[in-house]
Write a new protein. Structure first.
Length: 264
């Protein structure tokens, strides 16, 4: 019985921005738990097709759809396509996001607005048009990918922190409105992970690498696969009475103010 709680066989999971990185890692976890994976990308069909091929190379059932998650007309069109061609969407991961590293006093309003549009408005658009089917079936899971910046600020990421802080509260309000329909809405807040983007700085002696290892109680960067357990839990029956929560997968960073400089 306990094993079946985490079984996603027969479920259709839509994961936005899952052509690479942490989104791909989470989507693969869902696929290996039995789900049919539908990934979204917006950059190019070639990149989308390449990602779908990678999923299939691991024996996963995967489909790709190219559309802009900030464009409501495209979202409506493609959700309809997915439901007609693949099946009803049981699980939605709002993972697509961007970051622009600029001090707030130097940031263009258009750049600030773009970050909020992708990181905060698009989860609203996606959820708005997926939830209707979930409500009619009285079952569904929505997982918003938040961040440690949902809780903390950091230099040069003001727009991102504003969006991710807003996404945390949007998650809570979605849960408030939709839990009565047996739809659970939660978030995942990743810490610092070993990805291709962070590879150049993950070397001994690099100041930021040393900072992360010293600041993280687990004393290491996260591996992308470390997110899969939380993703499967929140997508499965195991979390049927969990809603409005953000699970931080951060090696303990948010649990501590950090190690003093004179402490071993």
């Amino acid at each position: 019985m306990s094993i079946n709680l985490f079984d996603l066989t027969g479920k259709v999971a839509l994961v936005t921005g899952a052509t690479h990185g942490l989104g791909m890692a989470m989507a693969k976890g869902l696929g290996h738990a039995g789900a049919t994976i539908v990934i979204n990308g917006a950059s190019s069909k070639g990149k989308l097709d390449e990602a779908v091929s990678e999923y299939k190379s691991e024996g996963l059932k995967a489909f790709g759809y190219l559309f802009d998650v900030t464009n409501e007309a495209q979202v409506i069109e493609n959700i309809t396509k997915i439901e007609n061609e693949v099946g009803a969407i049981d699980i939605l991961f709002n993972n697509a996001g961007i970051i622009k590293r600029t001090p707030l006093e130097n940031m263009e309003v258009s750049d600030f607005e773009q970050v909020l549009k992708v990181d905060l408005v698009s989860p609203f658009i996606m959820s708005k048009h997926v939830i209707k089917g979930m409500i009619s079936r009285r079952e569904g899971k929505i997982i918003n990918i938040c961040s440690m910046m949902s809780e903390l600020g950091r230099n040069t990421v003001g727009a991102y922190a504003a969006a991710k802080g807003g996404l945390k509260m949007l998650t809570k309000n979605m849960a408030t409105e939709w839990s009565k329909h047996n739809v659970q809405v939660n978030g995942i807040g990743p810490g610092y992970f070993a990805t291709t983007q962070t590879e150049p700085i993950r070397v001994d002696g690099h100041p930021f690498n040393d900072f992360i290892i010293n600041r993280t109680p687990a004393a290491r960067w996260g591996n992308p696969e470390d997110l899969q357990g939380a993703a499967i839990f929140l997508a499965s029956k195991a979390s049927d009475f969990v809603s409005g929560q953000v699970v931080y997968v951060d090696g303990g960073i948010l649990a501590t103010i950090g190690k003093p400089a004179n402490e071993d």
